[in-house]
Design a protein around this ligand. Structure first.
Ligand SMILES: [Zn+2]
Length: 355
């Protein structure tokens, strides 16, 4: 492992940008300062590049943990994009041993079923036992095309269950049976609404973004959960930005479907490119993939910040030739030739990806 010295980069420390060098010592960050002139086993010149904490993707589907038809090999969909920590959203398979075997750091939100418009926790309890303290929340598909829901009843039951068991709730809100406002009303501080820019009925734009206003008041986290274009209407996203409602977190919702056929190299950097293309500024983009998602998962003391003494989870990004092309379900198109490209990923002081 030894020491890694990353020189001349523009550092995003989770809160702000500044120029500095970063030195690691075994698995920790040992120094952040101007012109560090010390021996290192590996020196990387990050001139014109952004040096960030390893990114945190709060909405992924990992093979062996997610439903079989969704799961993707967790390292291939994270490290090449600078992601060092992920949260599986809707875990149904596997166990603690498998989660511990992944090099990408992880937490899970366990799947909750809905039957006859009522929440079904039978599998949830068993799975929570299997995942142990990696299970920090529960995830519900509040979607009439996926689960048997017809009004707010199951969501209220899920919210009560989560409070009782000290778990967070993540709600998939595409094709929901109720308005987005009703969903936010049923949630508590720290719960997460994902796919917030979905198209179709019950979208975020209703009543002049009333759901987003309420979410801000209550401290409900707004997660982009792009899924490429599948759960995102680019015009809704653009209008939200214009109205001042940025996502708290940007996430991929990467699955084995999205990874290889949505717009190019689909991963968290492409989601950042979508946000940049629509006018989100660089600070807000990096905040929404580092410190904000770490906080949303209750991991702000471990992930999402570059600080002396913290784990050396670091990602370096170039901003240059990186083509992407996405057309959403309503026909809005995003085409770009420039974007973020991860060039180096370090986990616990070890180089785990190098472009
Ligand atoms: Zn998902």
């Amino acid at each position: 492992m030894g020491k890694i010295l990353i020189k001349n980069g523009k550092v995003w420390d989770g809160e702000r940008f500044y120029f500095a060098d970063i030195l690691t010592d075994n698995e920790k960050i040992s120094k952040i300062a101007d012109d560090i002139d010390e021996y290192a086993d590996f020196v990387y010149d990050a001139t014109d590049k952004i040096v960030s904490p390893g990114l945190v993707d709060i909405h992924v589907h990992m093979k062996g943990i997610a439903l079989e038809e969704f799961g993707i090999e967790p390292h291939m969909s994270s490290f090449p994009f600078g992601v060092t920590a992920v949260n599986d959203a809707g875990s149904s398979l596997g166990n603690r041993l498998l989660l511990d075997s992944f090099s990408v750091k992880n937490t899970v939100f366990v799947c909750v079923g809905i039957r006859n418009n009522h929440a079904d926790f039978t599998a949830t309890e068993e799975l929570c036992r299997k995942y142990g303290d990696k299970a920090i929340g529960i995830k519900v598909y509040f979607d009439t095309t996926i689960t048997d829901c017809s009004d707010i009843t199951p969501l209220r039951e899920i919210s009560n269950y989560a409070k009782k068991h000290k778990l967070k709730v993540m709600v998939h809100c595409s094709n929901s049976p109720t308005s987005m406002v009703e969903i936010v009303e049923a949630l508590s501080t720290g719960d997460i609404l994902t796919h917030i820019y979905h198209g179709g009925k019950n979208s975020c734009t209703e009543n002049n973004f009333e759901a987003f206003m309420l979410a801000r008041e209550k401290g409900v986290m707004l997660d982009a959960g792009f899924a490429g274009y599948v759960h995102t209407d680019f015009l809704n996203f653009q209008n939200s930005i214009n109205a001042g409602f940025l996502p708290d977190t940007i996430s991929t919702d990467v699955t084995r479907y999205s990874a290889y056929k949505r717009g190019g190299r689909y991963g968290l950097t492409m989601c950042m490119n979508i946000a940049k293309h629509l006018g989100v500024d660089v600070e807000d983009i990096f905040r929404s993939v580092t410190s904000n998602p770490a906080k949303a998962l209750g991991k702000e003391n471990e992930w999402g910040h570059l600080k002396v003494g913290r784990c050396a989870d670091i990602a370096v990004f170039d901003y240059k030739d990186e083509a992407f092309e996405l057309t959403d379900n309503a026909g809005h198109q995003i085409i770009g030739n420039k974007g973020y490209r991860c060039v180096l990923t370090v986990v616990d002081g070890e180089i785990i990806y190098k472009d």
